[in-house]
Design a protein around this ligand. Structure first.
Ligand SMILES: Cc1ncc(COP(=O)(O)O)c(C=O)c1O
Length: 383
């Protein structure tokens, strides 16, 4: 098998969704597949075969969902500025969360004509740009705008059924959700709106993934405490029928690995450097923020050395990780980067090289889902 390649499997996704489904929220929960997190065709097919619904945030993701046979009522459309593309592909019976006033104004006639189940995304006070916390994100309606939007939707007799927020990825604890839920409940009361669905987005952190600084994301996050908070929280919404969750990382992070080969080894200034045929720039941008487990095949033992693992591109940035690894790792060995199932595929690049091959494991069989990109297809993108 040529490297680099990703190997993904349905089994860990089944396990993750099972963990979420075992939680008791005090009312039925719907788990939407976050397409953006892992836009992998065999995963969408596997998910759809179980009659599960999908959440999309772009024209391409929406078309992929239709292409894979999801029914309109199984597709939830989130994301900004969708009034710019959704009218081209509108279908009866979709589920759409509005993200702005312009979007709502542009799409409301279609929503009524095509009987969409619609909702409003709220920018709660808990949501901010994680890299610059004083600043807000670009998503959703602020408190007063959200109240106005809900009133307008109710007056217009649109089928408004959902109140939605999404905080951020790798939520630190259930407490931030609790505050956000109290805020959206207040918005619903102010708008005299009885929501049928409370959509709390995703953000539940996966296990086994560390910050670059080596802390676990789950240190203060307990699934049981999260469920208990939700059982209390949903009581603030009279008439609520369903809790909606759109967990991306939690569901798919554990579902795959990235395999690269060591091409060359250097040693200078007290650092061993492994130059590999895949790396951060092409295959694992997420390693900018996260540390994942990494091991070699064959297994190497003996003395460790401080080691940097690099991809092949001409950027110092192209470094998966810098950590103690066995000094006996050598050119020709393979390295396996764990938890590659979330936010690796959507952030691939073709920096100096083509896209990696993708393998899919389901029912005990491994199949090639995508071949490694050839030079011909890499260059054929140009007219
Ligand atoms: C609207 C929405 N829902 C769900 C998710 C999935 O988030 P996570 O992977 O943190 O669970 C995202 C991620 O960007 C999102 O934007």
């Amino acid at each position: 098998m040529t490297t680099p390649f990703y190997l993904f499997s349905a089994d860990p996704v089944r396990e993750a969704i099972g963990e979420l489904e075992a939680l008791e929220f005090g009312l039925p929960a719907v788990h939407w597949l976050s397409c953006k997190t892992q836009p992998l065709a065999p995963l969408l097919r596997w998910w759809r075969k179980q009659n599960r619904p999908i959440e999309v945030v772009s024209e391409f993701e929406f078309l992929a969902a239709l292409h894979e046979g999801f029914e309109p009522h199984q597709i939830l459309i989130n994301g900004p500025a969708k009034h710019q593309w959704l009218p081209k592909h509108a279908r009866r019976g979709l589920r759409v969360n509005f993200d702005s006033r312009a979007e709502l104004n542009a799409l409301l006639p279609l929503a009524k004509k095509l009987d969409w189940s619609v909702g409003v995304r709220v920018l709660t006070r808990e949501e901010f740009d994680p890299e610059n916390p004083p600043w807000p994100t670009q998503f959703g309606f602020e408190f007063d705008e959200a109240v106005g939007a809900l009133k307008k939707l109710q007056r217009s007799k649109a089928r408004v059924e959902t109140i939605h927020f999404r905080l951020r990825t790798n939520g630190a604890s259930h407490v931030i959700y609790e505050r956000a839920i109290a805020e959206v409940a207040e918005i619903c009361r102010s708008a005299k709106f009885a929501s049928l669905h409370l959509d709390i987005g995703g953000g539940v952190p996966p296990r086994h993934v560390l910050t670059r600084g080596g802390k676990t994301y789950t240190a203060e996050f307990s699934l049981n405490a999260f469920a208990a908070m939700l059982r209390r929280g949903v009581k603030q919404f009279p008439g609520l029928c369903e809790l909606w969750l759109e967990n991306g990382r939690f569901v798919s992070a554990r579902s795959g690995v990235l395999v690269v080969k060591v091409l060359d080894v250097k040693e200078r200034r007290g650092l061993r450097q492994l130059i590999c045929d895949g790396g951060r720039t092409m295959n694992a941008l997420i390693s900018t923020w996260e540390q994942h487990e990494l091991f070699s095949i064959p297994e190497r033992r003996g003395q460790n050395a401080m080691t940097a693992v690099h991809g092949p591109t001409c950027m110092a940035f192209d470094q998966f990780t810098r950590r103690e690894l066995p000094r006996s790792i050598r050119a020709g060995d393979h390295l396996v980067w764990m938890d590659a199932g979330a936010y690796h595929l959507p952030w691939e690049t073709r920096f100096s090289h083509g896209l990696a091959a993708v393998l899919w494991h389901e029912n005990g069989k491994i199949e090639r889902a995508r071949s490694a990109e050839s030079f011909d297809s890499w260059w054929a993108q140009w007219r």
